[in-house]
Design a protein around this ligand. Structure first.
Ligand SMILES: Cc1ncc(COP(=O)(O)O)c(C=O)c1O
Length: 408
């Protein structure tokens, strides 16, 4: 049967592919340590589950407005005003099927064929395919590992041209686990402010997973709070990561531009695609964003911060690997460039992150994601997700250390 060129050209998600292979090996009885998917190992807090269960039992099973109920949209707008300093109302917010769908809708609403979207890399695997699906050209700006995987204002300035319609910013970052400081983010935003045709797409899905205990003074900063950019920032966020709600598929997009006109256009597309996300999730969103959930979110954050410290310490002790210590999200992104040209005891040759990850899974039964899909600059890296308990973390990293040491 025919497949459209548009879809055929699209890459499959590298992270989901690794998870599928690890799951298949587990099914065959192999003890695999999975550092693949970016998914918290915690369960959703009980008060959030109860809110959805109550709404379901009460018969909240019908369509609601495409972008969500007024109560849920207001809960999000109020959180964005209070915590992020973004001047917005419920009318500027749409609730989507995950932040991934929010990104899809935002790019479809923003990008025309031939437009350019600037993407600091290493960056999450879905940005490039979704930019290209919208007909855009992805302009990568590599954040050097020596510079903490961060792009500089000068690099950003050089990448913005007359065809640039958007810059995607993602802090804390998947896959590098780094977070820009407020000063660094403001410096990038100053560059963007000088180009009035450019929209900021700020993916803040990991905002609550920021670790000042590992980087004193670090706190999340939202570009949409800068007055010069407020009218041209699209903020993406969701419940998946900080609230341990990946399977629920709840994301949101906030765009105060032109009194909400951009948002209305985006919702037009959403209405033709998915319409509202499950209606009985709406009270769960209100519950998640209430003070009642804050202690549990904080306790998960602290656990991730502890694991970030463990990963950084253990990776630092592995010869032939170099990395930047994570200060946000739940990823580390070591370089395995020093392993290139070596062979495993079983005879596999290591040429890049892809061959390293393949051999590691086959011989040491540890699943990591090859770096190449996170950016052209990242082929010699692998991504390690530390969203698992500490004993798994220690076991997986011990296997990685043995595997890497045995290369010759
Ligand atoms: C940077 C980033 N943005 C967005 C998402 C999408 O999250 P979700 O669609 O689960 O809300 C992810 C998930 O891995 C991510 O890492």
């Amino acid at each position: 049967m025919k497949v459209s060129g548009r879809v055929e050209r699209m890459k499959e998600s590298a992270t989901l592919a690794v998870a599928a292979r690890a799951a298949a090996m587990r099914k065959d009885g192999i003890d695999v340590v999975s550092f693949g998917t970016g998914e918290p190992d915690f369960d959703t807090p009980a008060n959030i589950k109860d809110a959805a269960a109550r709404a379901l039992a009460a018969g909240m099973t019908k369509y609601v407005a495409t972008p969500g109920t007024p109560e849920a949209r207001e809960a999000i707008a109020s959180k964005l005003r209070r915590e992020n300093g973004i001047d917005c109302t419920a009318a500027h917010v749409a609730i989507t099927a995950g932040a991934k769908h929010a990104l899809y809708l935002a790019l479809q609403a923003l990008v025309d064929p031939g437009d350019e979207v600037v993407l600091p890399t290493p960056a999450w695997v879905s940005y490039r395919p979704l930019i290209e699906l919208a007909g855009g050209r992805c302009v990568e700006v590599p954040g050097a590992m020596e510079h903490g995987f961060k792009v500089t204002p000068a690099q950003l300035e050089a990448a913005i041209g007359p065809r640039t319609v958007a810059v995607i910013l993602n802090s804390p970052s998947n896959p590098s686990g780094i977070a820009y400081s407020e000063a660094e983010m403001r410096a990038l935003c100053e560059v963007i402010a000088r180009h009035p045709q450019v929209t900021v797409v700020s993916d803040e899905i990991y905002e609550k997973l920021t670790y000042p205990e590992l980087s004193p003074g670090l706190r999340h900063f939202s570009p949409g709070s800068i007055p010069a950019l407020a009218g041209r920032t699209v903020t993406l966020n969701g419940m998946s990561k900080a609230f341990a709600m990946t399977g629920w598929r709840i994301g949101y997009v906030c765009a105060p531009a032109d009194g909400g006109r951009f948002l209305q256009e985006l919702v037009k597309l959403q209405a033709q695609m998915t319409n509202n996300i499950p209606s009985f999730f709406m009270p769960a969103i209100v519950e998640a964003l209430s003070d009642r959930s804050a202690p549990q979110v904080e306790s998960m954050r602290r656990a991730f911060a502890g694991r970030a410290r463990v990963v950084a310490e253990l990776l630092a002790g592995i010869p032939r690997m170099s990395t930047v210590a994570p200060t946000g999200a739940f990823y580390a992104f070591p370089s395995i460039a020093a392993c290139s040209g070596l062979r495993t005891p079983a005879g596999r040759s290591i040429t890049d992150g892809h061959s390293y990850a393949e051999a590691l899974l086959a011989e040491a039964h540890v699943a990591v994601v090859p770096g190449g899909d996170f950016g052209e600059c990242a082929a010699d890296h692998v991504r390690i997700t530390f969203a698992c308990d500490e004993s798994q973390l220690r076991e997986g990293l011990a296997r990685i250390a043995r595997f890497t040491a045995a290369l010759a």
